[in-house]
Design a protein around this ligand. Structure first.
Ligand code: SAM
Length: 150
């Protein structure tokens, strides 16, 4: 079962690690991570295709596409399923950091190979990656990517 502490745990990590004022939360579901980030003083925009979500959030009911003009300093995804890959690609294309907590793959790949695949994708796109675990139940491994200095 998904751990409801995940939103606060991920928001704590993100705000301690990154000074980024504007954060995009991709596949953010109801917007609970958005709420947790705003409570910590950050601006957050959530992208998801769900029409039902928490009120009074900056919420875009749409898929994120690579062509979307970049108006964020950090892009993240918590159990973002089919949207996880585009977070990595978007970060690399726009030269911003990302943090993802992967869950299901978009192509039937099992969990551990999916984690390796996402890290390798980021590295192939020129980013440095690291893995950390959040202190939550369930799929808790986070991959953090940062653009390599040129
Ligand atoms: C497992 S839920 C996780 C939601 C939320 N991040 C959480 O932790 O509760 C996966 C979410 O991904 C969204 N999603 C899947 N593919 C997407 C895509 N390509 N773009 C945006 N959202 C997507 C779904 O609508 C769903 O809300």
């Amino acid at each position: 079962m998904a751990d409801h502490a995940r939103f606060d745990l991920f928001a704590d990590f993100l705000t301690q690690r990154f000074a980024a004022p504007r954060i995009w939360d991709v596949a953010g579901g109801m917007g609970k991570l958005n709420q947790a980030l705003v409570a910590r003083g950050r601006q957050c925009t959530t992208f998801d295709v769900r029409w039902k979500h928490l009120p009074n959030l900056d919420y875009r009911e749409q898929l994120l596409e690579l062509s979307e003009p970049c108006q964020c300093d950090l892009i993240v995804g918590l159990h973002a399923d089919g949207a996880t890959r585009i977070i990595v690609e978007y970060a690399a294309q726009h030269g911003i950091p990302f943090a993802i907590v992967p869950c299901c793959s978009d192509n039937g790949m099992p969990y551990k190979p999916w984690l390796r695949h996402l890290a390798e994708l980021a590295q192939d796109l020129g980013m440095a990656t690291e893995r950390r675990d959040l202190a939550m139940r369930g799929r808790c491994t986070m991959i953090v990517g940062t653009p390599k200095p040129t």
